[in-house]
Design a protein around this ligand. Structure first.
Ligand code: GFB
Length: 310
């Protein structure tokens, strides 16, 4: 199987490379951002026509945490829409038989029933802080569904919950909560600072999936002959942001105070995936949050030492 992983230098793409490198019979096709600009329709179509992969996994995206999503909605909508249309149509035109599109749990309505089943898609207004990203991801997953319906190609989607793991983005403002907290607590401990400021009220709940578990779920999905158009991928359990901060403080060894900056947004109150469909098919996540945070802190320290932090 010739497999093109779009976005292999990102956190998700990196985990997919680790997972599929170990899979017998898989030939990986990889291109850096410099080698292939996924926002260029001509470049993407020419590349796919020349390479003719059997399978594409779409792990390239413009991603970020609540602040970045809220501040740069035009970039989040445009980049993600254009990457999705270029790769999905380009794959179809090149005769690619199978396409796995990855999105995010923010595609579901802000006040969706909890846990959120796949069937609650497009049943209510989106969370405003990430509406732009969600609209682009909904367009991508719907495109896959339409190409499958109209052209009979096996294009399907998986929506992971909030992800974390090695190779994450640790930008102080633009990152997601888990890498942001790892960095804040580590730097405060190193500098001997008595206080770390976390955002919002601490009361929202989030579900966190280790990215290696996501990669394993993708390998599982690609083995299904007739996967559903859309499948949630998560752990099925969530924690409050306050509980998460306490866990990250403990793992990083920070013993000072935690203050809350109420001027920062909370975002959606809760977004727990209903993972019953995936469980019924036979897959479940393996990494417990505490173990995953320990592993991620270790990789943060290694990346920091190597000067490769993003
Ligand atoms: O991970 P996060 O940035 O994004 O924030 P979302 C999750 C929660 O953690 C929010 C709080 O309630 C934040 O206010 N939080 C506390 C912090 N301290 C911090 C901090 O230092 N940094 C950050 N970033 N948050 C994103 C979406 O939503 O999740 C994306 O914007 C995508 O579109 C992604 O869906 C998975 O979970 O709210």
């Amino acid at each position: 199987m010739k497999l093109f992983i779009a976005g292999h230098n990102g956190m998700v793409g990196g985990a997919l490379v680790r997972r599929f490198q170990a899979e017998p019979g898989v030939q990986l096709v990889l291109r850096t951002r410099k080698e292939l600009d996924l926002t260029s329709q001509a470049a993407v179509h020419a590349f796919l026509a020349a390479e003719k992969p059997d399978v594409v996994i779409m792990a390239a995206a413009k991603v970020g945490g609540i602040h970045a999503n809220n501040t740069y909605p035009a970039d989040f909508a445009y980049d993600n829409l254009v990457i999705a249309t270029n790769t999905i149509h380009g794959a179809y035109a090149a005769g690619v038989k199978r396409f796995l599109f990855l999105g995010s749990s923010c595609i579901y309505p802000k006040l969706a029933p909890q846990p959120m089943p796949e069937s609650c898609l497009l049943t209510g207004p989106l969370e405003p802080t990430n509406e732009a990203y969600a609209i682009a991801k909904i367009a991508g997953l719907k495109l896959c569904e339409y190409y499958r319906k109209q052209h009979g190609v096996l294009y399907h989607s998986a929506m992971p919950t909030n992800l974390y793991g090695p190779g994450d983005n640790y930008h102080p403002q633009n990152s997601h909560v888990l890498p942001a907290l790892i960095r804040k607590f580590h730097e405060a401990k190193e500098a001997g600072r008595p206080e770390v400021v976390a955002w919002g009220s601490g009361s929202p709940k989030r579900e966190f999936l280790h990215v290696d578990d996501l990669a394993d779920a993708c390998a599982f999905l690609l083995r299904l002959d007739n996967p559903p158009d859309l499948l949630n991928i998560g752990t099925g359990t969530d924690v409050t942001i306050r509980e998460l901060t306490e866990l990250v403080a403990e793992v990083t060894g920070f013993t000072g105070r935690i203050a809350w900056d109420a001027t920062k947004p909370d975002g959606t109150p809760r977004k727990l995936m209903d993972v019953s469909k995936l469980a019924a098919l036979g897959w479940k996540a393996k990494t417990a949050l505490r173990d995953g945070v320990r592993l991620t802190y270790a990789s943060y320290l290694a990346e920091l030492k190597a000067g490769s932090l993003r």
